[in-house]
Design a protein around this ligand. Structure first.
Ligand SMILES: C[S@@+](CC[C@H](N)C(=O)[O-])C[C@H]1O[C@@H](n2cnc3c(N)ncnc32)[C@H](O)[C@@H]1O
Length: 300
């Protein structure tokens, strides 16, 4: 049996939340519940609201009087909190992306190893799949997602190859897709190239950047002064959004100043550099290798 997920930067992220035993916390990416369990261990009279849009995560729900679970997208943060009578929180943790469970469950289509369906939905009830994108998006749209979400060097060539190959047969499995785009894949760098292609598709299927922006905006509205925002990202697009939001309160990184020339920022970053996993953690869990942790405190 495989482990559902090994929590990444566990100690550093939980310390970053600076938990008060009677506080209200949110884990927007529950997964296997590793981070949630550590938060609950520190609560006494407090609450933890956890979100996960994947129904497989329900099996990991934790039996604790302060635990509330939402099987939904974290872009509904404020609505779900309000539904539970919560208007203010003391901290929020986001450990973004997919879990090991997703990669290890071949039928979900997150891995290009082996033969899998072109799916990649974190929420299996959502409409859009990777196969719909590959079979229906225009060449221009495909080029945009491969370039902007995957930083694929030959995005244009890849998009036109996909449009050409799907004319004769619609894509339905990973091996069929990879064979069709083989001429675009640089020799000797297959895994690196396919990782970028798959990242782009996954971000589009799950509307990852839109959900992240919406959740961060709502987080600002419900976070108490002194409350902590703790975010672990796994690729530069997410990290840039989080960094800009913490520094400037917007996603573009536009610095706004008050009358006296002070930067107006709703959060104060607690570290000048991102926190990354130690060599010891990477020895145990190689999937943590691209993780970056940012911790910030709500100013007022
Ligand atoms: C990296 S895993 C989190 C692992 C977790 N911290 C643990 O220790 O087990 C990310 C989880 O967040 C969920 N997720 C990602 N984006 C989401 C979103 N927009 N709304 C709700 N859940 C999301 C995924 O389904 C996945 O289970």
């Amino acid at each position: 049996m495989t482990t559902y997920h090994i929590p990444v930067l566990l100690h550093e992220s939980i310390e970053g939340l600076n938990i008060r035993p009677d506080g209200v916390y949110v884990d927007v990416t529950f997964g296997g519940g590793g981070h949630s369990q550590e938060i609950l261990n520190r609560l006494q009279g407090g609450k933890l609201v956890a979100f996960d849009q994947d129904q497989d995560a329900i099996e990991n729900k934790i039996d604790h009087p302060g635990f509330i679970f939402c099987n939904g997208n974290f872009r509904f943060l404020k609505n779900f909190l309000k539904y539970n009578g919560i208007t203010q929180i003391n901290g929020l943790l986001a450990d973004l992306g997919v879990s090991s469970h997703h990669f290890d469950t071949v039928e979900r289509g997150f891995t290009f190893q082996g033969d899998s369906p072109l799916d990649m939905r974190m929420n299996p009830l959502a409409n859009l799949t990777a196969s719909e994108i590959l079979n229906q998006y225009s060449e221009e749209h495909l080029k945009y997602i491969f370039r902007d979400y995957g930083e694929v060097e030959n995005a244009h060539r890849l998009a036109s190859m996909i449009v050409f190959k799907r004319e004769s047969k619609a894509f339905s499995t990973s091996s069929q897709f990879i064979e069709a785009i083989r001429p675009c894949i640089p020799r000797g760098a297959e895994n690196k190239y396919l990782a970028k292609v798959y990242q782009a598709l996954r971000i589009e299927v799950n509307r990852e950047l839109e959900s992240l922006k919406s959740m961060l905006t709502q987080c600002l509205q419900v976070m108490s002064p002194g409350g902590r925002l703790v975010v672990i990202t796994y690729h530069s697009l997410e990290d840039r959004l989080v960094k800009n939001f913490i520094r400037c309160g917007n996603f573009e990184g536009k610095v706004e100043k008050d009358f006296f020339g002070n930067v107006i920022a709703p959060f104060k970053a607690l570290h000048s550099k991102v926190i990354v996993p130690s060599d010891g953690e990477l020895d145990i869990n190689s999937r943590a290798r691209s993780a970056k942790l940012r911790i910030a405190e709500k100013v007022s």
